[in-house]
Design a protein around this ligand. Structure first.
Ligand code: ADP
Ligand code: ZN
Length: 437
């Protein structure tokens, strides 16, 4: 039987004009819903002098006020709930990576549409009902586990609700149940791959054929490394709790940017400093308007994720716009001795130079200047080298980083398995400067 190419073909391949008409119709309705049911956002609209009557379609989107994470935090716990409790069936919450958690509410319809988005991602990764989908994202308040779990059910795949952690059990179930698709954070996928390699498994002995990895930034180098170790194709998936969870966008067979589910979300790129909307192809902050969300409907939500959009035609046949890999949020960016540095830049150099993806950045302050240390784990085969070799490797790696980012860290190569592994979102930076302020 021929493989299913799309989960919802008509929507996923809808001609642009029709798609934008659909967005316009939904937007007009959604603005009314928000205005009538969210006093907080109505207040923002009033401040800007906008009413629902000013919004006739997507061309009027720019008139609406932005909403930011600080607004959502101010609304904690339920100031952003736009439906009566009797209509809400679940909450989820952010990981709190950058501060106080945000609580998101869902109606049954919200859950259904979210799971459809995840089902689109699973089909796009080449899976269908014959597949065994191992969901190793955390379950619970975190959206990763529940989202992919629901998507896998919708596709009709056999779902292994593993949640994260307990690596021995993960591997045992993967091998015994012959899991073909793995869903987890890229850092956890790398860790599972490393553990399998240690136990002597070669890629052809691992049943997996694809992975759906997201929830944190990861580089192309990391993708290649995971693909090789596990013998799979690794697909990116993006999302955030404020917009339901994973599945806002996902990669297709082209593995070149993630299609945003534009029937549910309008994406804009803005200049983060001025709020000005930038043309397609320019780099800036990603802003989303949710068109169908009932219980937690955000309009023009500023994600702080920095990326680029592209309408370039895709060979998979999907018409929805693609977003590049966000290489970190504006608040992941470190300013070290005045230079802007993203952890993902460090990761790219490490992997390109043949080192492992296990690293930790430490920032401190000494004599009124920033200290910048990068701890990198040696691969087992590198560990036998002499001290002289290690020192030379540290120097050359520091040089490669200086070339890439403009300033050179002190590199410390440490023995294998000495940097803590992550089962969820990896923590790559310890900034001690904040403690001394
Ligand atoms: P928190 O903001 O507390 O981490 P979430 O768990 O909702 O809460 O995380 C959403 C964020 O995770 C996104 O805004 C983005 O920064 C990051 N993220 C999610 N998926 C990806 C991905 N595929 N690539 C890069 N970053 C991602
Ligand atoms: Zn595509």
């Amino acid at each position: 039987m021929e493989k299913r190419k799309y989960y919802q073909e008509e929507i996923e391949t809808m001609p642009l004009e029709q798609l934008q008409k659909l967005q316009s119709e939904k937007l007009v309705k959604q603005v009314k819903h928000v205005y009538e049911n969210l006093p907080y956002y109505r207040g923002l609209m009033e401040k800007k002098g906008v009413t629902p009557d000013d919004i006739h379609g997507i061309e009027d989107l720019y008139k609406l006020p932005f909403i930011e994470k600080s607004d959502l935090r101010e609304c904690y716990p339920d100031g952003m709930r736009a439906m009566p409790l009797s209509e809400c069936v679940r909450i989820q919450s952010t990981s709190g990576t950058t501060g106080k958690r945000v609580i998101a509410y869902y109606t049954q319809q919200d859950i259904d549409l979210w799971e459809d988005c995840c089902a689109r991602a699973i089909i796009a990764a080449g899976a269908d009902k014959e597949d065994v989908v191992q969901v190793s994202y955390g379950y619970g308040l975190f959206t990763g586990g529940p989202g992919l779990n629901g998507g896998s059910h919708k596709v009709g795949s056999l779902t292994l609700p593993m949640s994260s952690g307990n690596t021995e059990r993960q591997l045992q179930f993967m091998l015994d149940m012959k899991a073909t698709v793995l869903c987890c954070t890229p850092s956890y996928a790398a860790y599972l791959g490393e553990s399998l390699k240690e136990q002597g498994y070669t890629p052809d002995q691992i049943p997996l054929k694809a992975g759906i990895f997201g929830a944190e930034p990861w580089t192309q180098e990391m993708r290649r490394s995971i693909e090789q170790t596990l013998g799979i194709k690794a697909y990116d998936i993006y999302g955030l709790t404020e917009l339901s969870g994973p599945g806002v966008s996902f990669e297709c067979s082209e593995q070149n940017g993630m299609h945003i589910n534009e029937d549910h979300f309008i994406a804009e790129i803005i200049n983060p400093d001025t709020g000005e909307v930038l043309p397609e192809g320019e780099k800036g902050e990603l802003v989303f308007t949710a068109l169908d969300k009932q219980a937690f409907p955000v309009l023009r939500y500023r994600t702080r994720d920095i990326c680029v959009l592209s309408r370039k035609k895709c060979s998979c046949g999907r018409t929805h716009i693609r977003m590049a890999k966000p290489m970190g949020r504006s608040d992941d960016m470190m300013i070290i001795r005045g230079v802007n540095v993203f952890p993902s830049q460090i990761e790219a150099v490490l992997l390109a130079e043949g080192f492992s993806e296990n690293y930790l950045i430490k920032l401190g302050r000494e004599n009124n200047s920033d200290t910048f240390d990068v701890y990198v784990e040696l691969r087992p085969e590198q560990f036998d080298d002499s001290v002289k070799n290690i020192t030379a490797m540290e120097k050359s790696l520091a040089g490669a980083m200086r070339n890439m980012i403009g300033i050179g860290p002190a590199v410390h190569l440490v023995p294998p398995k000495t940097i803590q592994r992550s089962e969820g979102k990896a923590k790559r930076v310890i900034d001690e400067r904040k403690l001394h302020d």
